[in-house]
Write a new protein. Structure first.
Length: 167
């Protein structure tokens, strides 16, 4: 089930950030001390394998040993770190209810400014920066779950775009 959720969230994230620029992004370069593009081999002892999403030929997801399951005041169920071709590419943090989602959303707004809320989707915010793209959403793909999704804009617009075109 977690693999299906991760695949679904990843698809939502990729579709949402394609062309939705938002001003005010701090332009983080990674998450929780890990920079985008970090080689898995250099941190493999910190990670525990969760599943592989079939997106883009396979994104391997891991949890981080001894990870604090908080983002600001929000308590999260889990944080999964995605590696594509052995490089840190994205992160997905899931919260179990709307109360936790509100805390998560406020923490992200404090750090990155208010995201662009998609008019057709309530409780769905996006930020697109040069290094990082972000989505914070609640209940769109899976009722009762909220999440923070972050990914490397550079990897998505570089290597992954070339792969999708067949280059």
């Amino acid at each position: 089930m977690k693999g299906v959720i991760l695949s679904g969230f990843l698809l939502v994230l990729v579709l949402a950030v394609a062309g939705n620029a938002s001003a005010g992004v701090d332009d983080a370069d990674g998450f929780s001390g890990l920079k985008w593009g970090t080689e898995y081999s250099t941190i493999k002892d910190e990670m525990t394998y969760v599943c592989t999403s079939p997106a883009y030929g396979g994104i391997r997801f891991y949890t981080r040993k001894n990870d604090e399951l908080t983002i600001g005041p929000a308590r999260v169920q889990y944080i999964n770190y995605g590696f594509w071709h052995g490089k840190f590419f994205n992160v997905i943090a899931v919260v179990p209810n709307h109360e936790s989602y509100d805390k998560l959303k406020k923490a992200v707004f404090r750090k990155y400014g208010e995201g662009q809320e998609l008019r057709q989707a309530r409780e769905f915010y996006t930020w697109t920066g040069k290094k990082t793209s972000i989505v914070v959403e609640y209940g769109h793909r899976f009722p009762g779950l909220g999440c923070l999704m972050m990914l490397s804009t550079e990897i998505l617009n570089g290597d992954m775009k070339a792969l999708a075109k067949g280059d």
